[in-house]
Design a protein around this ligand. Structure first.
Ligand SMILES: [Zn+2]
Length: 213
């Protein structure tokens, strides 16, 4: 019969210490991977909303999806069957950023906002209620993006600059490792840094959105 040598206390402590060191090295890496996975999942969500908006506008002679009863762009998509309102009250699952506040609690909020300039009733809309466009500036024109909307029923882009790097990670807009996912009018999606977003906020009226169209 073989005789096993027992670990001494010191050997055991050394092993525990090594495991501790390895864990402390690995955890930040794993956490970063997790953050990245959330960002990708959020990007897919917003892309889904963008695709639905494109489909909507094809059916409605280029009209941007907007609920003329006064609500939201995303609600217009679910109301008209372009997305499934799986969170209840017309909110689709794609409107929930995995890093954002839980919007399923009341069912009227969204973590994705639309560019307010697309609101036909907005004073910032220059009369262009189109959506499908590959015209000048469409690759720079934000349509939907990571956001937090505290307003019931309105999913428009009501942001203030202090929300970009808000201390509460769930309400901050640049919540994906200091970046936010943005869907552009030409159909591409990019993660823009909060610092870049700040440069768009040149005046009160233009917060977050390019105003050069
Ligand atoms: Zn997000």
């Amino acid at each position: 019969m073989m005789k096993y040598k027992k670990f001494s206390l010191i050997e055991l402590l050394v092993v525990i210490a090594i495991i501790g060191i390895l864990t402390s090295i690995l955890l930040p890496v794993l956490s970063k991977g997790r953050q990245k996975a959330f960002q990708v999942s959020c990007a897919n969500n917003i892309r889904q909303i963008g695709t639905a908006a494109f489909m909507y506008s094809e059916d409605w002679e280029g009209l941007f999806p907007f609920d003329y009863s006064g609500d939201s762009s995303i609600k217009a998509l679910t109301k008209n069957g372009f997305m499934e309102p799986s969170l209840g009250n017309w909110v689709p699952a794609a409107a929930q950023c995995p890093m954002g506040l839980d919007v399923s609690a009341d069912g009227w909020k969204s973590n994705v906002a639309m560019n307010w300039k697309f609101d036909p009733k907005s004073s910032f809309n220059t009369g262009s209620d189109f959506f499908l466009s590959s015209g000048t500036g469409s690759s720079e024109r934000m349509v939907y993006m990571d956001s937090y909307n505290a307003w019931d029923n309105i999913y428009k882009g009501y942001f203030t600059t202090d929300k970009i790097f808000h201390s509460d990670k769930k309400t901050r807009i640049a919540r994906h490792q200091n970046k936010a996912n943005v869907y552009f009018q030409d159909g591409h999606l990019a993660a823009l840094s909060g610092v870049t977003l700040l440069t768009f906020a040149s005046t009160y009226d233009q917060k977050f959105w390019r105003n050069d169209w």
